[in-house]
Ligand binder design. Structure first.
Ligand SMILES: Cc1cc2nc3c(=O)[nH]c(=O)nc-3n(C[C@H](O)[C@H](O)[C@H](O)COP(=O)(O)O)c2cc1C
Length: 159
């Protein structure tokens, strides 16, 4: 059996809940992507074009600093990476994370939560951000109420 790690970013706890369930069903570890400056409610206000998230997400080169860049990626074969959809893609703090590591030979499996949007072109973006050295799955969107069984059935194709 291949070794899987569940990495996630979550601003308001929904993706964190799915990540926890996924890690439970796989009986594996989680690694949380934490921004140095946590996102406040004002930062997350997508109705305000000047909010931190709006400014960051408009700028494709934005890479907010993250706390811990010592995720044990080298020790795992499969990296599940979860995030909320922000403006139809992965938050830029996830881009910061992805650019820190060597994913050569790994399988990266994105998963997301959202208010309704799908996972979009995120898989292609992740492939580019990691230098086209990993096998990047198309990924999947889940609702917070996803059952452990559904997560297990989905995840088992990779492990
Ligand atoms: C800045 C921002 C942008 C968002 N953009 C989208 C979007 O484009 N499409 C969508 O369906 N939901 C969008 N959402 C909603 C989140 O994806 C959704 O609430 C998600 O489940 C939150 O996960 P979290 O609790 O792990 O942060 C956005 C939320 C925020 C804060």
């Amino acid at each position: 059996m291949k070794k899987a790690l569940v990495v996630y970013f979550s601003a308001s706890g929904i993706t964190a809940e799915v990540a926890r369930k996924l890690a439970d069903t796989l009986q594996t570890e989680t690694f949380k992507i934490a921004p140095v400056k946590p996102y406040s409610d004002e930062d997350l206000d997508w109705t305000n074009g000047n909010s931190r998230s709006s400014v960051e997400m408009r700028d494709m080169t934005s890479r907010p600093d993250i706390v811990d860049i010592k995720a044990p990626i080298a020790d795992y074969d499969i990296i599940f990476i979860g995030f909320p959809i922000w403006w139809y893609r992965e938050p830029s703090v996830v881009d910061t994370f992805l650019e820190q590591y060597d994913f050569k030979g790994k399988t990266i499996v994105p998963f997301c939560t959202s208010g309704g949007s799908g996972i979009g072109e995120t898989s292609k973006r992740i492939d580019t951000l990691t230098g086209n050295v990993a096998k990047v799955d198309a990924g999947k969107k889940f609702s917070v109420s996803v059952s452990a069984q559904e997560l297990k059935t989905w995840a088992e194709q990779f492990v």
